[in-house]
Write a new protein. Structure first.
Length: 166
């Protein structure tokens, strides 16, 4: 049974298939150096706020005024926690990353992806895969492990060849 070419054209482009070289690859989204930097920044802000409070620097602020400082510190702490615990994964079906709101894209629906990195600074600035689906949904996935970065590079290259782009 063959499919009518006109019907096939109306159905859209074929789905993309990708298989990681060694099965599913999972790794931290952010490097240890970046996690340490985030820890120092959040700890420094908390320490500074504590010193302000101890020295009476916040005594003149209204009760709601101090609430803004506490809310800002709480946002920093939550973001810091997700930086420490976030993991990215690529398997034969999906790209995923744990975060405040988990990110997930199906590989078969990918239209475009590109690995963005600052070579030589991978130890600090995590390479990231910008991925977009055929329907325009996009997400950014971070990777700190060499195995995951290699799979992201290969995924980007194979998708580009599959979709006929350079």
């Amino acid at each position: 049974m063959s499919i009518d070419p006109e019907l096939a054209a109306r159905m859209g482009p074929p789905p993309f298939a990708f298989a990681p070289a060694n099965g599913a690859v999972d790794g931290p989204a952010f490097s240890p150096a970046f996690k340490l930097l985030a820890t120092l920044i959040v700890g420094g802000c908390a320490w500074f706020m504590y010193l302000l409070w101890q020295r009476g620097g916040m005594a003149g602020a209204a009760t709601t005024g101090i609430g803004w400082f506490i809310a800002a510190l709480a946002l920093l702490v939550v973001t810091w926690w997700f930086i420490l615990t976030s993991r990215s994964r690529v398997d034969g079906q999906t790209l995923t990353q744990s975060w405040m709101w988990n990110k997930r894209l199906d590989l078969r629906e990918l239209a475009y992806c590109r690995l963005i990195r600052v070579r030589g600074l991978d130890w600090l600035i995590a390479p990231r895969l910008y991925a977009r689906t055929l329907l325009g949904k996009f997400a950014v996935f971070y990777a700190a492990s060499p195995e995951l970065i290699a799979e992201f590079e290969r995924l980007s290259r194979e998708l580009s060849e599959f979709r006929g782009r350079r």
